[in-house]
Ligand binder design. Structure first.
Ligand code: SF4
Ligand code: FES
Length: 244
């Protein structure tokens, strides 16, 4: 015999997110259903075009009291999901602060400022400073490609570029190497330089980076700071939630 639970209002297609009903479709994760309903669950490595990766942990919610990544846990009828609470957002703020100190993020001089999902999420979570001591890692910049600049200092290892290059562009330009604190993004060419790959500016991987690593050349500050996507609208707004 199969035992099923009904949703909060007796409906088998509903779960509850922070006390409000959210409708889900068969096979959807909590984050997919919430996103479709215009409800904000903070996330960095998730993007609606790609399979979930579950690495950034920003989307951790409590499902019936147990912690789980909203981008990987399937929605089920009657689930009680807690996301937008003081406790959950405090954990997210700590994760964000760790991401900021682990790389070199100098927002005022970054071309991605105002379009950056990391920066926008940090604002949304009320992060006012890094809190932890900065690592200041020594990371390279690769300006070898005629049209694309890579600034590895800002990489948060979300692997969206890896997934986009492999699954959409069919090129495998990017990979992850090393382990632990030494984990880093690699360019898959003999020289390790982007110029020695077949990456093109029109590739999906060229526009997917949620932070300021993969940038088009000769377009810097075309849109002034203050007039950019997250400058004018919060990342929590229904139509402003995912990376480019
Ligand atoms: Fe993610 Fe950008 Fe780093 Fe690729 S370069 S892993 S898209 S942060
Ligand atoms: Fe779920 Fe990154 S968005 S773990």
């Amino acid at each position: 015999m199969t035992v099923t639970r009904d949703g909060p209002s007796g409906d088998p297609t509903l779960f509850s997110l922070d006390g409000e009903d959210v409708e889900f479709r068969p096979g959807e994760t909590i984050l997919q259903a919430a996103h479709r309903a215009g409800r904000y669950i903070p996330h960095l490595c998730w993007h609606p075009e790609f399979r979930p990766h579950g690495s950034c942990r920003l989307c951790i919610v409590k499902v019936d009291g147990r912690a789980g990544a909203a981008c990987t846990v399937q929605a089920a009828p009657g689930q009680e999901v807690e996301s937008n609470s003081e406790q959950m957002n405090a954990s997210r703020k700590t994760l964000l602060q760790m991401l900021f100190v682990e790389g070199n993020h100098f927002c005022p001089s970054c071309e991605k400022s105002g379009n950056c999902l990391l920066q926008a999420t940090a604002y949304e979570m009320g992060m006012e400073g890094p809190h932890f001591e900065e690592f200041y890692p020594d990371r390279p910049v690769d300006a070898s490609h005629p049209d694309i600049l890579l600034d590895f200092n800002r990489c948060i290892l979300c692997e969206l570029c890896v997934r986009a290059s492999r699954d959409v562009d069919g090129k495998n330009v990017f990979a992850i190497g090393g382990n632990g604190i030494g984990t880093h993004l690699l360019v898959n060419s003999e020289s390790g330089k982007l110029v020695d790959t077949d990456m093109a500016l029109s590739d999906r991987s060229a526009s997917i980076c949620p932070v300021g690593v993969i940038l088009p050349k000769r377009r810097g500050f075309v849109i002034p700071i203050g007039e950019r996507r997250y400058d004018v609208k919060s990342v929590a707004e229904p139509d402003n939630q995912e990376a480019s």
